[in-house]
Write a protein that binds this ligand. Structure first.
Ligand SMILES: *Cc1c(COP(=O)(O)O)cnc(C)c1O
Length: 332
């Protein structure tokens, strides 16, 4: 299977915002877009995106998962970047239409169709460093993906970073390109110097998230994760896992967690840690690296509660368990 996110469906659906209004959706080639070299997005990073998935059930029907949550976050990101306001119903129609067009290409579980709505400022004006783009382009790109775990669910190794931060604190909840670019130098350094898979950003000792996934600590019957604020991305997977944990009778604690408490709890038997996100679902964490010391999380292997919650989420997505929260929308 190809590397995650490198295969695209030949067509995508696109709209543009010009003269104060959105165009009708058009299905166009996903090979290229027409962009002026002075486009606002290329200079001042007026860009945001979403990531959600559509799943194939055993009867051949296709469903999106929590699409309303992703569209709401997309609308919020657009607003916080002073991009034109989006029409949520229009985006929902676009997603259902383009996924419907490629229904036959949605892979069987554990694969899925990854859906990437993208919104960019396209006004050709390099003088607008301190002004919004008045025109924009919004497209929905599709990428069939396989099992993120194809190489086995090897627990991740995370560097705890208390000095830097992933992005500016007021930008954390915006799913915007510049945030990822700004986190790259420390992530590449951590990969090179301590062979970390990811950095767990913990500015001033406050455990936050990694470059593209939320962090959950599991201690027996309790799940602990940072309470929502503007400094980090409000994951739909995070919310789904917490909801399923409550359904299973677990105690969910959304609160601040310090590096000190994390390391004290880490090595106790029964402790588990995991990253949550649409691409990786729920990925076990096996090791923390902190100031040249290594801490094994629990037994160091994928924890049973992590795998149980991951399975519970997949079962709903794959139509093997009842969708009691109304998270699925039928495409076809
Ligand atoms: C997308 C993303 C997540 C996970 O969000 P989901 O909605 O669960 O996919 C977490 N952190 C960052 C920085 C992200 O970009």
């Amino acid at each position: 299977m190809a590397v995650f996110g490198t295969v695209f469906m030949p067509q995508m659906t696109m709209i543009t915002f010009e003269n104060e209004k959105w165009s009708d959706a058009q299905v166009v080639s996903s090979q290229s877009i027409n962009l002026h070299p002075g486009a606002h997005v290329l200079h001042y990073s007026s860009t945001c995106f979403e990531g959600l998935k559509a799943f194939r059930h055993s009867d051949g029907s296709i469903y999106t998962f929590r699409m309303d949550q992703n569209i709401a976050r997309f609308a919020q990101s657009s607003q916080l970047l002073s991009l034109p306001n989006v029409d949520k119903q229009q985006i929902s129609d676009m997603i259902l239409n383009i996924v419907g067009q490629y229904a036959n290409d949605v892979p069987e579980p554990p694969g899925s169709m990854y859906i990437r709505p993208t919104h960019i400022g396209i006004e050709a004006s390099i003088g607008k460093a301190a002004a919004p783009s008045l025109s924009s382009m919004l497209y929905v790109l599709l990428s069939p993906v396989g099992d993120y775990f194809a190489g086995g669910a090897k627990p991740l190794r995370l560097l705890l970073d208390e000095d830097g931060m992933r992005c500016a604190p007021h930008m954390g909840m915006v799913k915007s390109g510049g945030n990822y670019a700004s986190a790259l130098p420390p992530i590449m350094k951590a990969q090179k110097e301590v062979q970390a898979d990811q950095i767990l950003f913990c500015p001033n000792g406050d455990v936050q998230e990694t470059g593209a996934a939320n962090f959950l600590l599991i201690d027996g019957n309790e799940i602990i994760t940072k309470a929502l604020d503007s400094s980090f991305l409000h994951g739909v997977t995070r919310n789904s896992i917490l909801t399923l944990a409550k359904d299973l009778g677990m105690q969910v604690s959304e609160r601040s967690l310090t590096v000190k408490e994390l390391l004290e709890r880490a090595s106790k038997p029964g402790t588990e840690a995991a990253l949550s996100g649409t691409a990786a679902v729920l990925t076990p964490v096996g090791t923390f690296v902190h100031k040249d010391t290594e801490y094994t999380v629990g037994s160091g292997a994928a924890g049973p509660t992590t795998m149980k919650l991951r399975q519970a989420l997949n079962d709903i997505q794959w139509g093997k368990a009842p969708d009691t929260h109304g998270w699925l929308v039928k495409v076809k």
